[in-house]
Design a binder for this molecule. Structure first.
Ligand SMILES: *Cc1c(COP(=O)(O)O)cnc(C)c1O
Length: 378
């Protein structure tokens, strides 16, 4: 039986053409015309002044923290329901993460938990240096409310839109909301360069500075002169060519993912105990992955995941929240409703990511749906 993957790369018809151009020009590395074109197209398309192509989304978050002058022992508020790539850069700078629960409406950062976190840390005289808001599974956080809170406390925002390339909130593209925005082009994301990321900002001086840091902080002189510590974080020109090609199919990918989501919903949502990730009005998720929840009394996600695996279908649990990770043992955490189980823990306990690759065929999806039904109805 052919294996059905969770979110395999989906390649269009332009990627090879652009790569061929790179080879013909011999600008294989490190920089060249394609990386600049990729940055310009991203900036224009998503309505942001500056874009910097990097080796990963994690690198982009790291440089954003450095641009905000994060120092050891500084407090950083970060969404708990996320991939560890959102939070690891906090540790790179020896800063202290404080994790914030999700709200049920968006599955993203809970405004009420964020407000309580600000109140407590302001009282302690430890104003956070930054807030990392995540758009999980390609759906925007409640930007108006969250940004208002951050503004009230005069704290800059990093929008981790790694999974939300092409998603919108009130008609505006995700990645454009914070002081800094971040995209990922890792192999399993909405579009891919096989590996890579982008730092976004309207602050062109900041983008210039980050570009300098990303190339080992090399001074613009002939010999190798260095005044500051840098990183080897720049994207290669070859990978930028793949990214340029992928931009041609981004809209089609999103349409396909949204249709896949709709199909799962129409075939499974009528079953009591089965639910799907909500999408509030005026939000436009890219539905990077379809997220289903199964009521705990029916079965655990792992039982379903194992069942699908037996039929050669890949699925995954919801991200295990950061505050539950041994890596972050002892870190502070703010719950959406302190009287209840945290929302992100509940989602981890019941949620499952279903195969959602934009290239998945109708036949493949109906195989997945039948397999899910056979487990639920057994
Ligand atoms: C993938 C991802 C990252 C990290 O991106 P990489 O390109 O893999 O470094 C960060 N945050 C979230 C939410 C992600 O899903």
């Amino acid at each position: 039986m052919k294996r059905i993957f969770l979110s395999p790369p989906h390649i269009g018809s332009y990627e090879k053409k652009y790569i061929a151009e790179v080879f013909e020009s011999n600008y294989i590395a490190p920089v060249g015309e394609h990386i600049t074109r990729f940055e310009n197209e991203i900036a224009e398309r998503f309505g942001i002044c500056g874009a910097l192509a990097l080796s990963s989304g994690t690198a982009a978050i790291h440089l954003a923290l450095r641009l905000l002058n994060v120092q050891p022992n500084d407090i950083i508020f970060c969404a708990s329901l996320t991939f560890v790539g959102s939070a690891n850069p906090i540790l790179y700078e020896k800063a202290i993460p404080v994790f914030i629960d999700s709200e049920p409406e968006t599955w993203n950062m809970s405004p009420s938990a964020l407000e309580r976190a600000f109140q407590k840390y302001t009282q302690m005289g430890k104003k956070p240096k930054a807030v990392i808001v995540v758009d999980i599974y390609g759906q925007s956080a409640d930007m108006d409310t969250l940004l208002n809170i951050c503004k009230k406390y005069n704290t800059p925002v990093i929008e981790d839109a790694a999974e939300a390339v092409g998603a919108k909130y009130k008609s505006r593209y995700n990645g454009s909301f914070g002081d800094y925005g971040v995209f990922s082009f890792n192999g399993n994301k909405m579009i891919t360069t096989s590996g890579g990321g982008m730092l976004l900002s309207d602050n062109l001086d900041a983008i210039r500075k980050a570009r300098y840091w990303s190339t080992q902080a090399r001074e613009p002189v002939v010999h190798y002169e260095h005044h500051e510590m840098g990183f080897n974080y720049r994207m290669s020109n070859v990978l930028a060519a793949i990214g340029l090609g992928q931009l041609h199919i981004l809209n089609d990918n999103i349409l396909a993912c949204r249709m896949i989501f709709q199909e799962y919903v129409s075939e499974l949502n009528h079953i009591s105990g089965i639910d799907f990730m909500p999408e509030p009005e005026d939000y436009e998720s890219n539905r990077w992955l379809t997220l289903m929840t199964i009521e705990s009394s029916m079965m655990s996600p792992i039982e379903m995941i194992n069942h699908l695996e037996e039929h050669s279908i890949e699925s995954r649990p919801v991200w295990k929240p950061m505050h539950m990770q041994p890596l972050f043992k002892g870190t502070d955490f703010f719950s959406h409703n302190p009287d209840n189980l945290p929302v992100c823990e509940q989602l981890f306990k019941t949620g499952i990511c279903l195969p959602s690759g934009p290239g998945m065929t109708k036949e493949e999806q109906s195989r997945v749906i039948k397999c899910i039904l056979s487990k639920i109805l057994q």
